[in-house]
Design a protein around this ligand. Structure first.
Ligand code: PLP
Length: 384
């Protein structure tokens, strides 16, 4: 076998070894945390070490970025202080007013921020991006500079066809940004489907332990726009802190194992809950009844993710009562951590949300599936 070329390494291998990151000085297997806020300058006034000041970059952050870039099949990645600071940095890098087409259903915090984009001179049209005709009709050639989609989209788990939307965007001269937080690079690599920039709330699956807030961007091309995003991050000091970057690297080592287990649990919950008498519908792209199932099957490989939502026949009151009755599931916002979370979503999102009042959002964790199932079924029977 020695004379055979090793095929390119799978994501699980890349992650487990964090691309071989260690410490060349001490030969430590695990890399140190680079806490220094500043770096020594050479006598000739240069910075031959390549680092100047912690406001702009950090070696621990760069290690995490290299791992994410490898996973996404990206030319480069950048880590930020949060998913929101990653997403908004893309807009800080725009140098002229543009028109943006964005998914109607997406993480509510970013949708709320985008709604106010007019104060920066940009305009935005929200559309159902799972409807390609609607995207086509909303895009204005020569005027639309960006299409922003989230798939699966939070909290209805709508699926948008990345390849088809990228064709529409590119034909109009726009770039395509994909928030792939829920899909994770294990199940979808948006760049392979035509995306220009991939966005993650690394707070979620990438880290996976609910103990840091972080964000990430990955790019298909290190072009002028990417450099402008880099400059924007440096100017406002939105680079991820070294300790968070180190925790993120540690979390990512088990990403592949975690998300596959979480997706298997979510699929099982979706199937069982679909037949429950108190549940009016289950929203999960892995169910054949989901409108985006076929597209998800094409662009998600290996699983449909760990997020699902259920709608209760008894409406708002029953949804809140079920969330109150669980004992194993934890009642909290966020997603993608080791522990399973349940949340009445509409009350978090507030007025104008497309999220129905009878909906509970479920983030499947890595607990034993039977414990989660038993707890939920018991809560459903207690609450009615
Ligand atoms: N994108 C998605 C899909 C999210 O769910 C979230 C947060 O919930 C964000 C972005 C924002 O990320 P952060 O909370 O890390 O700022």
């Amino acid at each position: 076998m020695d004379d055979q070329t090793q095929p390119s390494l799978r994501a699980r291998t890349v992650l487990a070894q964090a691309l071989g990151a260690g410490d060349p000085t001490t030969a430590a297997l695990v890399p140190p945390i680079h806490m220094s806020a500043t770096y020594l300058r050479d006598p000739d006034n240069g910075y031959s070490c390549g680092h100047v000041y912690g406001h702009t970059d950090n070696p621990s952050v760069q290690q995490a970025e290299a791992v994410l870039a490898a996973l996404e099949g990206a030319e480069a990645a950048m880590m930020f202080t949060s998913g929101m600071s990653a997403a908004t940095a893309v807009f800080l890098a725009l140098d002229e007013p543009i028109h943006i087409v964005a998914s109607q259903v997406m993480y509510w915090g970013f949708r709320a921020w985008l709604r106010g984009i007019g104060k920066f001179g940009h305009t935005v049209t929200f559309v159902d991006t799972s409807d390609l005709q609607a995207v086509h009709d909303a895009v204005r050639p020569g005027e639309t500079g960006m299409v922003w989609i989230e798939t699966p989209s939070n909290p209805l788990w709508t699926i948008t066809d990345i390849a088809a939307v990228s064709e529409i965007a590119h034909a109009a001269g726009a770039i395509l940004c994909v928030d792939s937080t829920v899909a994770t690079p294990i199940f979808t690599q948006p760049i392979a489907h035509g995306a220009d920039i991939v966005v993650h709330s690394a707070t979620k699956y990438l880290n996976g332990h609910s103990d840091i807030v972080a964000g990430a961007l990955a790019t298909a091309h290190v072009d002028e726009f990417w450099i402008r995003i880099q400059n924007a991050r440096a100017q406002v000091g939105a680079v991820l802190g070294p300790f968070e970057a180190w925790l993120l690297m540690r979390g990512m080592r088990t990403l592949d194992l975690r998300v596959r287990a979480q997706a298997a649990t979510a699929a099982c919950l979706a199937e069982v809950l679909s037949g429950h008498p108190r549940v009016s519908s289950v929203l999960y792209p892995g169910l054949p009844s989901h409108p985006g199932h076929d597209i998800a099957g094409r662009q998600m490989s290996g699983g449909f993710g760990g997020m699902l939502s259920i709608r209760l026949k008894g409406g708002l009151d029953e949804a809140v009562a079920v969330a109150a009755a669980v004992r194993v599931w934890r009642r909290a916002t966020s997603l993608g951590g080791a522990e399973s979370l349940i949340e009445h979503r509409a009350s978090i999102e507030g007025a104008g949300t497309p999220c129905p009042q009878d909906l509970l959002r479920l983030s499947a964790g890595i607990e034993h599936r039977d414990d989660l199932m038993f707890d939920l079924i018991r809560a459903l029977s207690r609450a009615c």
